[in-house]
Design a protein around this ligand. Structure first.
Ligand SMILES: [Zn+2]
Length: 438
């Protein structure tokens, strides 16, 4: 018998009209659940004189106010929960470095949905029961590690729960256990590739990796090309947030034309981040999600701060669920330099197009006088000699490329390989010195 192309064929290929009907049915149940079980949502509704019965069609979603990250922080730890402690079976939390973390509680029903969504996600990227999954996402409170773990268990694949760190050991185990799927942050994948090159390992000959599932931080198309070339695998972008469930919200299919959002569980909108106005598919804006099936921590119109575009046209894979294009940046990360909006991912794209440069970079923004200045620090690749550090021609080419993309002129500093800080988790690419001066 031929192998199934989809993990859950009926739901993944459900005609749009059916999908919308299912979404509306689930939305009504969700709104009732929120109003009945969460004092946070009840207060919000009552203030507006809004009743669950006012939601008569899918578009009535717009009557409901947005939920924002500060709502979760203000109601720390579990003030927004819509379930009793006795019904909660697991807790995860965001990796926030300052202030209260975001706590994500799950009922057993939430857990079952999450496992199923993660299995569907891994399967859409080509993962099967026969795969050996090397999971370098952090285990513990972070949703990445255990999210993939549960998904792989649901699929029945072999999972290696290596978690983060111990990079040398990771490389050894990827080789010895013949891992076929790599799950980690894109910056860690780049780091692995660099280290393998240094150790004389040729991933294409020495490893069995064929698929990578990368997420938890924005990454560019250029980074995709490099990971693909250097590790000899097919990279798939994944997306998720602690506030929504963790990973398992959306994933690329083999067409690599955006990430399918699992719309039977998540209702997506894009809005103008400044005015809150709802935008049409194809227009770039901030993603807003409603979690249609979550019970412990349901989210009504959660503003993600992530900037993307929704595509709802036909996808060659046959899935009917809308796609979100690769995250262009976070509205929080967006830098305003001399009045121009700049996303770090744009700079990353420029840097990655230079063969001579390694993948690490840093953007430094400052305001020494009245005007903003910004500089980009880049590294030469390992095998390129120190003597070329002062290469003015290369600097000029990088400067021109950045000007083409952003319209701004930047200082460029080229340093030797290994001089910029490496990270095993999320990379810090921006240093904004203006913050101290405001
Ligand atoms: Zn597709």
């Amino acid at each position: 018998m031929a192998e199934n192309y989809y993990y859950t064929e009926k739901i993944e290929t459900l005609p749009k009209t059916e999908l919308k009907k299912l979404q509306f049915k689930r939305l009504k149940t969700l709104v009732n659940h929120c109003y009945t079980n969460s004092s946070f949502y009840k207060k919000k509704f009552d203030k507006l004189g809004l009743k669950p019965s006012d939601i008569k069609k899918l578009e009535d979603l717009r009557k409901i106010p947005f939920t924002v990250k500060t709502d979760l922080r203000d109601n720390y730890p579990l003030g927004m929960m819509a379930a009793k402690i006795g019904d909660v079976v697991e807790i995860h939390a965001s990796s926030g470095t300052t202030g209260n973390p975001i706590i994500g509680p799950y009922t057993s029903n939430d857990m079952q949905n999450w496992k199923e969504l993660m299995a569907r996600t891994i399967y859409a990227a080509g993962g099967r029961k026969s795969d050996v999954i090397h999971n370098a996402y952090g285990y513990g409170l972070f949703t990445g590690g255990l999210g993939f773990h549960y998904g792989a268990q649901e699929l029945g694949s072999l999972i290696v729960p290596i978690s983060g760190g111990m990079t040398q050991r990771q490389i050894k185990l990827i080789m010895d256990l013949q891992a076929t799927i790599l799950c980690c942050t894109p910056s860690f994948a780049v780091y692995l590739a660099e280290l393998m090159e240094k150790e004389g390992i040729n991933p294409k000959d020495d490893l069995k990796l064929r698929v990578g599932l990368f997420g938890a931080e924005p990454w560019s198309e250029r980074t995709r090309e490099r990971i693909s070339n250097e590790l000899g695998l097919e990279p798939f972008d994944i997306y998720g947030l602690t506030e929504l469930c963790g990973p398992g919200v959306s994933v690329e299919c083999s067409q690599h034309d955006g990430l399918h959002i699992w719309e039977d569980h998540f209702l997506v909108e894009t809005i103008d981040p400044k005015t809150g106005e709802v935008l049409s598919p194809g227009e770039e804006g901030e993603l807003v999600f409603t979690t249609l099936t979550k019970t412990a921590l349901p989210m009504l119109r959660f503003r993600t701060r992530d900037i993307s575009v929704i595509k709802d046209d036909f996808c060659g894979c046959g899935r009917t669920h809308s796609r979100m294009l690769k995250i262009r940046g976070r509205s929080d990360d967006m830098l305003i330099i001399r009045g121009v909006n700049v996303f770090p991912s744009q700079i990353e794209n420029a840097i990655m197009s230079f063969e001579e440069l390694a993948t690490q970079y840093q953007i430094v923004v400052d305001r020494p006088g009245a005007l903003d200045i910004f500089a980009v620090k880049v590294e030469l690749k390992d095998h390129i000699k120190q003597a070329q550090l002062g290469q003015d021609k290369l600097k000029a080419r990088i400067r021109n490329k950045i000007r083409d993309i952003t319209g701004l002129s930047a200082g460029v500093e080229i340093v030797a390989f290994g001089e910029l800080p490496r990270s095993a988790g999320k990379a810090k690419h921006v240093i904004d010195l203006r913050k101290d001066k405001m």
